[in-house]
Design a protein around this ligand. Structure first.
Ligand code: PMP
Length: 406
């Protein structure tokens, strides 16, 4: 069977990258990996989840926990989220929230909802790889959003999109502790994104997967909060906020949410119905139980642990990186972004790092829609312990120093 000829055109960009192949080697126990982007399982609130699932399976609750439920999501969980959104300056109602299977599903639905083939999505260079993968299925072209250093004019974006045969439809960004850079946009840059979106009359997708993981510095208002301040009410806004329990409580249950204007939520609910009917009832009930009983304590616990690891990695980078290497100093999240000396290639460095130093990371070009950024790499600090951080960064510094001299 010649499958390639049978696939739809949207399948063309669905390819495993070389990097993914390299990263398969990471199961080997002697490798120190800074490659993953995952929470430390030792910090999961497993006792709280045990109690939550037990509660969901009592005689009184099991019927609902094991039954089909509504596509919008478990109402008590959505009500809890209404309270959380209010705390970050987003007054909204239960009809402004839909539960998704992780925020990754929200990105897929939003690509499906907003992008026709040939339309333009504005993304930062670099951006979250999973967003590119989600949007790629809807066959967009990408243009560069650059809120920190300067966006193009609205007319320039619109003209380029028109020449490519479509329209600019959305801007996607991770304003807090971005994956992969760790960087946070200040308020002025967020306002500039809204100015641009207002001029172009496009949607803004605000991916806030890491928002709760702030280790120092002052919180910056969410773009949705700034949009509500402009327009007076969430139902008049253009910002679609994607939230997730994956980095705070646990990713395995696959529970995230979208908070946006009611007409957007109505469409997403219809899409959810068509795709998977609803997110698992029992997982939503368990997540609600743990959120109610343990959210604040859990967030405090992981913030303290990850802050320590970030500081440990920054100190190790200070000690071991040769001249000509620069890195971000994130105020939260899970990642440090390293810029290698000009001309050094992150992907070939990874191949050598695995082979000779038994240390791994993700090359930065994977996060660039245009494949640029070849001299950058992403380091994760949420998973490794102190000794592994010290040793791994020492080895990496040694390799980069040797590569420079070579
Ligand atoms: N957005 C960003 C920026 C992420 O880093 C991730 C997970 N790596 C996601 C969305 C998806 O997370 P989830 O589907 O688990 O909510």
């Amino acid at each position: 069977m010649g499958w390639d000829a049978k696939f739809a055109s949207r399948a063309e960009r669905m390819r495993a990258s070389e990097i993914r192949e390299l990263l398969k080697l990471l199961d080997q126990p002697d490798i120190i990996s800074f490659a993953g982007g995952i929470p430390d399982p030792a910090l999961f609130p497993d006792a709280a989840f045990r109690a939550a699932y037990q509660d969901a399976l009592t005689t009184a609750n099991a019927g609902a926990a094991l039954q089909y439920s509504i596509s919008e999501g478990f109402p008590p969980l959505r009500r809890w989220l209404v309270g959380e959104m209010a705390k970050i300056g987003v007054p909204c109602g239960i009809d402004n929230i839909v539960i998704t299977s992780g925020s990754q599903q929200a990105l897929d639905y939003l690509g499906k909802l907003l992008l026709s083939p040939g339309d333009t999505a504005l993304v930062t260079w670099p951006t979250y790889l999973g967003a590119l993968q989600a949007f790629n299925a809807y066959e967009p072209r990408y243009d560069r959003l650059n809120p920190a250093q300067g966006n193009l004019t609205p007319a320039a974006y619109a003209e380029a999109a028109g020449q490519a045969g479509g329209r600019v439809k959305l801007a996607y960004l991770t304003p807090d502790f971005a994956n992969p850079t760790g960087e946070t946009l200040d308020r002025a840059a967020r306002e500039r994104v809204l100015d641009l979106a207002d001029e172009l009359d496009i949607a803004v997708i605000e991916d806030q997967a890491y928002q709760a993981l702030r280790y120092d510095g002052e919180p910056v208002p969410a773009i949705l909060a700034l949009d509500i301040a402009r327009k007076g009410h969430i139902d008049a806004t253009r910002t679609i906020y994607c939230g997730s329990f994956s980095k705070t409580l646990a990713p395995g249950l696959r529970v995230g949410w979208v908070c946006a204007a009611a007409p957007v939520i109505t469409k997403l609910v219809l899409m959810k119905q068509a795709a998977d009917l609803h997110s698992p009832s029992i997982n939503q009930m368990a997540m609600h139980h743990v959120a109610e009983h343990a959210f604040a304590d859990q967030v405090a616990k992981i913030r303290a642990a990850y802050r320590h690891r970030r500081d440990r990695m920054l100190a190790a980078l200070d000690r071991h990186m040769p001249e000509g290497v620069a890195w971000s100093r994130p105020e939260g999240g899970m990642f440090i972004w390293v810029t290698l000396p000009e001309g050094m290639d992150g992907a070939s460095l990874l191949a050598r790092a695995i082979e000779t130093e038994r240390v791994a990371f993700v090359p930065g070009s994977a996060f660039h829609a245009d494949g640029s950024g070849t001299n950058t790499i992403r380091l994760n600090f949420s998973l490794a312990g102190d000794a592994a951080i010290d040793e791994g960064i020492m080895r990496l510094g040694r390799l980069i120093g040797a590569s420079r001299r070579a």
